[in-house]
Design a protein. Structure first.
Lengths: 474, 251, 209
């Protein structure tokens, strides 16, 4: 995905006024939140599962090189190929080379966030390939040329009328001439259109929710079955996956599966869980001829060595954004890149640079709900605060804020001066606001007073009143 | 028990009655309460803005000011959360200060959880006529485990009907400097909170953190609504009839 | 790409404060993940879960009843009398008048019939292993997927499937599918719709002698 040309405040301003977007987000995220809560309440083992998942992830990260080598060995044993990409650019080159060697024309894609991270669609299209997203939501936003507004339901911001119009425009040339108004008809038409693409595709690219070292397998989950049609019908199957997705065994994968769908959509499991290992066997009747895994680093090995290692536990379930009041107010577009919500506010600055994404770690109240629902217990608020610390140390914090903080801190360290200043200033402020009970305008704090009154201080400071009382006591 | 009161800068400057309420509740429960004059702020604005150097210096002042008390108690989950959860990590590379910070951390408590969990208070002698709903401040809830304790004490207030609203756990949009840096998002969040308050049918909303309450009251006032906003400690200390936050009248 | 591999591994090792590979084999994490506890008969739980997830299910007394039930189902959904079937089910006497082919699925196939390797009670789900007698396209391409499950194949937890696989001595197949219902999507206005890309219907024949 390209970096946005707008700023975060600009995108927020648009999103906040978009009542339909907010209604859609409330419906989607709100629904996922309720369903998740019900399933968590019904599963006494949930906390133990979270703790086990956290332990497995930490164990893998502490042995990441060994597990990746073990995984690679198994993939190769089963007839697959493993490619290692240090950067996004290398990953794109690897995939382009595979497609070139396969003499491909048409490429289908299952959902893969890391494939968006490396910007593969634009690169493939620039090289002349036809690229088709098969997840229905991704397909819709591909037609609309828009970024996703939610990681699980990327087109949630679109009405059925808008989808109907998109299908008119793009399906007409394929021979579908009826204008559709019902969701069931649209899903049906998309099914027919995409079947055409699945059966024509030369290369199918999927993500990997988990890579299993024990057997050299990649695991994906979908509700639609698009990932399976993508990987099984094409000649070449490419798995794109971050290096941190490896887990030791099939049994370990089950622990994560017990958490993933519950955390993401409030389902017990997604409809299809598929464990793929290598290309078709000599006596198989179907399946791809080639199986490639592209392991993407793109900053992950750097995260491993510093204060952000815990972020690598992430299984991209989306629970954090569903529960985030900032995300549900502004939606995915406002985050400006592939990953929205709390996880995006940590990942985007880490991958793209803390100077390129100043606002994301700051547009957060540190309320902690994300951490409380994260299935692998990532301390998201702590990581966001650490990003703020790095921004401050790098001089990225805007000067007025630095000055205000320094002034407050200087006062706060000098109790005598502080109390003297407040003894004078507070009663003044109180008098200003006495008549209406609050101040409707305060210079330097128009962010507050534009939409809120500032309740007037009661009069004296507490310290003032307390010393007076102590003086008055016998 | 000898308690050092952590006033909090918001109570000190904006609403001393919250701190007086805290003193009353603690003294009624049998504590002797002192207020170290050397305290100003817990340092959270600096900490949360990435100014860890200043945060450390402020923390040292707080640690020094509160040494020697059996317990350090404050009417804020957010400030006391900083003392308990964040101070020790600030001194990871300084064993001497770290030990002092850990000692303070062990002795630091949010007011209502201190009353119920430590002092085993299960009721108060107060009166308040009306339906009250309760807002769970995020830091209190998630950092300090404050949830059942305020509700338990509010339930003992004569005449008070406690009604739960939807989304008690939803953030009100204060978030320290967040509310002035990202005002549109903050305003939307507080409007969502107010919608829940109104839907509950309560005429009063209580909470344990002045930051949240100033934010909610400020927006209620600007919108001309009539819900009363008050700190839980004030209700429990029998100050419910005094002007609530943003209400006109002498303190 | 050799260069990329060495670079990535070197970067990982640098972050883990290791110069070269760890010479000790990785010490595996002790213990195992918690398994959800539940009472009751595993077969009944499997049935309940599959129905909850919009599969349809019919109990039959033996393999001899498969043909009749397939015929009834096909008629009930107005599908044609053509079946693509896993060779593993070649012993079944298919209904008269049905055209049956043992092969991978084709684009115009309407109905497939497959066996399964196991079925899971925990959250529902039938498990298939791909192979020459069980091509996996039969699970995804046709509109209707009929699965023959024997009651004795129902296991309690997902891990039990892996245990069974290890005990069987079979090599890892190209694909293991765990399927818990028909294909679905909620991508348009959060309206749940069955039959997105995979089968519209998942019909289970549970052989309970």
């Amino acid at each position: 995905m390209q970096a946005p040309t707008t700023t975060f405040p600009q995108r927020v301003a648009v999103a906040i006024l978009d009542k339909r977007l907010q209604a859609a987000l409330d419906h989607a995220s709100g629904g996922f939140v309720k369903k998740r809560a019900a399933l968590v309440a019904a599963q006494p083992e949930f906390e133990a599962l979270r703790e086990r998942a956290r332990c497995v992830k930490d164990h893998v990260l502490a042995n990441l090189d060994g597990y990746l080598e073990r995984y690679e060995e198994q993939v190769v044993r089963q007839g697959g190929q493993v490619h290692w990409a240090s950067t996004a650019e290398e990953a794109r080159e690897i995939i382009l080379a595979i497609c070139r060697d396969a003499k491909a024309k048409t490429i289908t894609k299952g959902k893969s966030m890391v494939s968006e991270e490396i910007g593969i669609n634009a690169a493939l299209e620039a090289a002349g390939y036809e690229v088709i997203e098969t997840d229905l939501g991704e397909y819709i936003i591909q037609l609309a040329k828009e970024p996703p507004s939610h990681i699980i339901v990327p087109a949630v911001h679109k009405t059925r009328e808008q989808v109907g119009d998109l299908f008119d425009e793009h399906h007409r040339p394929l021979g579908y001439t009826r204008h559709l108004t019902e969701v069931s008809e649209m899903v049906n038409e998309a099914r027919q259109v995409l079947r055409g693409h699945y059966f024509r595709a030369d290369v199918g690219i999927t993500g990997g929710n988990f890579l299993i070292a024990e057997t050299g397998s990649s695991l994906i989950v979908t509700n639609e079955g698009n990932g399976d049609l993508t990987q099984t019908l094409a000649r070449v199957h490419i798995v794109t996956s971050g290096i941190e997705r490896v887990v030791p065994t099939l049994d370990d994968a089950v622990t994560f599966l017990r958490l993933l769908a519950r955390s993401a959509t409030g389902q017990e499991t997604e409809t299809y869980t598929t464990v793929s290992t290598g290309p078709r066997r000599a006596d198989d009747l179907d399946g791809p001829q080639e199986y490639h895994v592209v392991l993407v680093d793109n900053g992950r090995s750097r995260m491993l060595g510093g204060p952000f290692r815990e972020m690598l536990r992430c299984i991209r379930c989306g629970a954090c954004l569903n529960h985030c009041p900032v995300y549900t107010s502004i939606g995915g577009h406002a985050y400006g890149w592939v990953y929205p919500g709390p996880m995006g506010s940590v990942l985007t600055p880490l991958i793209n640079g803390i100077d390129k994404a100043y606002d994301l770690p700051n547009a957060c109240t540190l309320n902690g709900r994300c951490q409380s629902v994260c299935p692998v217990k990532i301390p998201l608020p702590g990581l966001l605060r650490e990003l703020r610390r790095q921004q401050f140390e790098s001089g990225l914090t805007p000067l007025p804020i630095r000055w205000a903080l320094r002034a407050w801190a200087a006062l706060a360290q000098r109790a005598g001066l502080y109390h003297l200043a407040m003894r004078i200033g507070i009663p003044l402020l109180s008098r200003l606001g006495r008549r209406r009970g609050g101040l409707s305008w305060l210079p330097l704090a128009t962010g507050w007073t534009d939409t809120r009154d500032l309740p007037a201080p009661q009069g004296q400071t507490f310290q003032q009143a307390w010393s007076a009382r102590k003086g008055a006591r016998p | 028990m000898r308690v050092g009161l952590f006033v909090t800068c918001l109570a000190d400057l904006m609403r001393p009655s919250v701190a007086f309420a805290a003193v009353k509740l603690l003294e009624d429960a049998g504590c002797t309460v002192e207020v170290p004059a050397g305290q100003t702020c817990c340092g959270q604005p600096a900490l949360n803005s990435g100014d860890s150097v200043d945060a450390r210096e402020i923390a040292k002042k707080v640690i020094a000011a509160f040494e020697g008390f059996d317990a350090v108690v404050g009417p804020s989950g957010s400030c006391m959360g900083t003392l308990r959860q964040d101070y020790p990590a600030m001194f990871a590379d300084d064993p001497a200060w770290r030990a002092r910070a850990e000692d303070l951390s062990r002795r630091s408590h949010e007011l209502l959880s201190f009353l119920v969990d430590v002092l085993k208070i299960d009721h108060v002698d107060a009166h308040y006529d009306g339906k009250v709903t309760y807002h769970d401040s995020c830091a209190g809830l998630r950092e300090m485990g404050v949830r059942g304790q305020p509700r338990k004490l509010l339930a003992s207030v004569k005449g008070l009907a406690l009604i739960e609203m939807d989304g008690t756990e939803a953030c009100c949009g204060f978030g320290g400097t967040f509310c002035v840096k990202y005002p549109e998002i903050s305003t939307k969040m507080v409007d969502d909170k107010i919608a829940h308050i109104e839907a509950s049918g309560a005429g009063t909303v209580a909470g344990g953190d002045l930051g949240c309450l100033l934010n909610i009251a400020g927006r209620i006032k600007r919108r001309g609504l009539s819900v009363r906003v008050i700190h839980t400690a004030e209700l429990l200390a029998g100050m419910g009839a005094e002007p609530s936050i943003g209400e006109v009248g002498k303190a | 790409m050799r260069g990329g591999r060495e670079r990535v591994l070197a970067d990982i090792r640098q972050s883990l404060d290791r110069i070269g590979p760890s010479h000790e084999a990785i010490v595996p994490l002790p213990g195992a993940g918690p398994r959800p506890a539940f009472d009751g008969d595993v077969v009944e739980r499997f049935v309940a879960k599959m129905l909850e997830k919009s599969a349809t299910l019919v109990r039959i007394a033996s393999f001899a009843d498969v043909a009749a039930e397939v015929a009834r189902f096909v008629a009930s959904v107005n599908a044609s009398q053509r079946l693509c079937v896993s060779r593993a089910l070649a012993a079944i006497d298919w209904p008269v008048g049905f055209a049956v082919e043992y092969r991978a699925a084709r684009r115009d196939d309407e109905t497939s019939v497959t066996p399964c390797f196991a079925a899971v009670a925990e959250s529902g789900g039938i498990v298939t292993l791909s192979g020459p007698a069980t091509p996996s396209t039969l699970n995804f391409v046709p509109d209707n997927h009929i699965v023959v499950v024997q009651a004795a194949q129902v296991v309690r937890h997902f891990e039990d499937v892996w245990t069974q696989w290890r005990v069987s001595g079979r090599p890892m197949p190209r694909t293991v599918n765990i399927i818990s219902g028909p294909s679905r999507t909620a991508d348009i206005e959060m309206t749940i719709q069955l039959g997105a890309h995979g089968p519209r219907r998942l019909h289970i024949l549970l052989v309970t002698p």
